[in-house]
Design a protein around this ligand. Structure first.
Ligand code: FPP
Length: 260
């Protein structure tokens, strides 16, 4: 399929592992943070392209629970970039109807950034154009552990636990699973990203570094997605869900994000 063709089926939920910022910078003789800044600039165009294509949920892997182990200067720089994105982009994102959602553990994030994230989430909570899940201090295993803890705290009995119930206790409760997970920079790993929700996601890996992943690259990924046959464990011809199953909101009160 050519990059110019329009996919007939667009992923409802697209998730991206934005990898290769460091190598992009190194190839230009720049510090790693310059790569993260270029990657952040790129977010804007990809987000807008997703809105144009009709993607309804975009999940971005911004900072993993493992990323705290990076050099202190890089961690500090990334946190500053995240604050600046909220400071500079929030108004426009809100006007464009983007709903911002944080997935990950708030504990561990600096209180000032936590506060800004909460303000962004509160301000945009009723927006419907596109939901932007920002995975920050996120780990898929940690998410499952947090879900299990909350299930136990809610007094749910073992025989009541199935995959639908567990999904209701994940950070993504109320959202369908990702249809497509894109990873840039060529690495063939999922790196603890959406490991529960991504069970049936289509995977697309491109060698392009994240700062260079432009609208045409997105179009190629969408074209690949549109050409795939999703069987959800069934065989060709059997009736299967048209997209990933929905995890309804939890039936029990959701604890405040601080306890997640
Ligand atoms: C991976 O590249 C990228 C990251 C760990 C950070 C991604 C974060 C941003 C683009 C900042 C802004 C994000 C949001 C959502 C506002 P890498 O450093 O692992 O690259 P390398 O593998 O080439 O070293």
């Amino acid at each position: 399929m050519s990059s110019a063709s329009t996919p007939t089926q667009v992923p409802y939920h697209l998730a991206i592992i934005m990898d290769g910022n460091g190598r992009w910078a190194k190839a230009r003789g720049l510090p790693r943070l310059a790569g993260h800044r270029a990657g952040t600039e790129n977010l804007r165009r990809i987000l807008r392209a997703c809105v144009k294509h009709g993607v309804k949920i975009l999940t971005l892997y911004a900072f993993s629970t493992e990323n705290w182990g990076r050099p202190a200067e890089e961690v500090r720089g990334l946190m500053t970039i995240l604050e600046q994105v909220i400071d500079h982009e929030l108004k426009e994102l809100h006007e464009e109807g983007v709903r911002i959602n944080h997935i990950g553990r708030p504990a561990g994030i600096a209180p000032r950034l936590q506060k800004k994230i909460k303000q962004a989430v509160d301000l945009t909570h009723a927006n419907t154009t596109l939901t932007l899940n920002v995975a920050l201090n996120y780990g898929g295993r940690q998410e499952i552990i947090d879900a299990i803890r909350r299930i136990i705290q809610a007094g749910i009995q073992p025989d009541q636990i199935d995959d639908a119930l567990l999904g209701q206790y994940l950070y993504t409760a109320g959202q369908p699973d990702p249809d497509l997970i894109v990873r840039t920079s060529g690495e063939m790993r999922v790196s603890n990203f959406l490991i529960w929700q991504g069970a049936y996601a289509e995977l697309y890996v491109t060698p392009t570094y994240w700062p260079d992943f432009d609208e045409n690259e997105l179009q190629l990924a969408l074209n690949h997605y549109a050409s795939r046959e999703r069987r959800f464990g069934l065989v060709t011809g059997q009736k299967s869900p048209s997209s990933a199953p929905l995890h309804p909101a939890p039936p029990h009160p959701t604890p405040s994000p601080d306890t997640r």
